[in-house]
Design a protein around this ligand. Structure first.
Ligand code: PMP
Length: 308
């Protein structure tokens, strides 16, 4: 299933609002030519008329770090980008939505020294339903181990969230869909488990939560960090480990974590059922706690929510 963009009215661009349809860049901007675009994906949740953006500060910090890695000094402060996210949701009168800040290299440079291309900042937002399809959060999804693997560390800097990296993610996603799976899990160059096409991964083995270590082949997910913190709070032992592919088939439970994906149970890998073949208990417990906080059904003891 392909998710389609739902157009909204306004996009924030460099300190002002422009119309959605005017958010255009030139064909020869470096963003288009070479994929020079750093971005974030953030969710705003609505519940009983109260809107809140989840872990906004952490996302903007990661955007900043991506800019440092790619030598693209951002034009605005972290506070200004965060405010732009709040403002664009309010301006579009959206309730729950997905927010996409982007810092890109525009038009000017002809080749690989980008300095003649200005740095431009945008924040767009649009409504986004359950990322892996209706029922995915409750029933879970089937995935495959991708034939595409993650890039070797020090090739693409995978801790940076850069548009170009997502060509590989799309290869994984397209292959998964072509083969009848909801998504894919990728191995790293060492043959060990890395992450999903756009999600981090957790296993449950004997009541313990395990997530692959951050070995330079994956993104340091903010939802991953959230799950680790919630596990601590809930008394579930959690650790970061090297994860061998075969563990995916033998673990008791498996789930994805990500901003778009939220906490989605994985019920089979390569058509081998995981555990009972149903969404796991520990997974659903963590998912419930996560949803209770983001949807403001429970207190937010971590200060993770920014009201809109
Ligand atoms: N890995 C990749 C490759 C991603 O694109 C994402 C989504 N941003 C994640 C992991 C999950 O990160 P987060 O929880 O911060 O959304």
């Amino acid at each position: 299933m392909a998710l389609e963009l739902k157009a909204t009215e306004f996009v924030w661009k460099d300190g002002e609002f422009i119309r959605w349809q005017d958010a255009q860049v030139h064909l020869l901007s470096l963003a288009v030519q070479f994929g020079v675009s750093l971005f974030e994906g953030i969710r705003c949740y609505e519940s009983e008329g109260r809107r809140a953006i989840f872990r906004l500060g952490a996302h903007i910090r990661r955007l900043y770090n991506s800019c440092i890695v790619y030598r693209m000094p951002p034009e605005y402060s972290q506070e200004e980008y965060a405010q732009a996210c709040v403002d664009v949701v309010a301006k579009n009168r959206l309730d729950s939505c997905y927010i996409r800040p982007m810092v890109i290299r525009g038009y000017g440079a002809a080749a690989l020294d980008p300095r003649a291309s200005p740095i431009e900042s945008y924040v767009a937002c649009w409504p986004l339903d359950t990322y892996l399809g209706a029922g995915a959060l409750e029933k879970g999804v089937g995935v495959k181990v991708s034939s595409w693997q993650r890039a070797e560390p020090n090739t693409f800097p995978m801790r940076a969230k850069a548009a170009g990296h997502y060509n590989a993610a799309m290869l994984m996603k397209m292959e998964a869909h072509a083969d009848g799976y909801a998504d894919a899990i990728a191995l790293g160059p060492n043959g060990l488990v890395s992450e999903g096409s756009g999600q981090n991964l957790f296993l449950v083995v004997d009541g313990q939560l395990i997530t692959p270590i951050l070995d330079g082949t994956s993104l340091q997910g903010i939802t991953r960090d959230t799950v680790l913190k919630l596990a601590t709070e809930m008394g579930i032992p959690a650790s970061e480990q090297l994860v061998a592919r075969e563990t995916l088939y033998t673990c008791d439970e498996l789930f994805f974590s990500g901003t778009a994906t939220e906490v989605t149970p994985i019920t089979s890998v390569d058509r081998i059922p995981v555990g009972s073949g149903k969404a796991g208990e520990v997974t659903l417990q963590i998912q419930r706690r996560f949803m209770d906080i983001v949807k403001q059904r429970a207190e937010d003891p971590y200060g993770w929510l920014t009201p809109v």
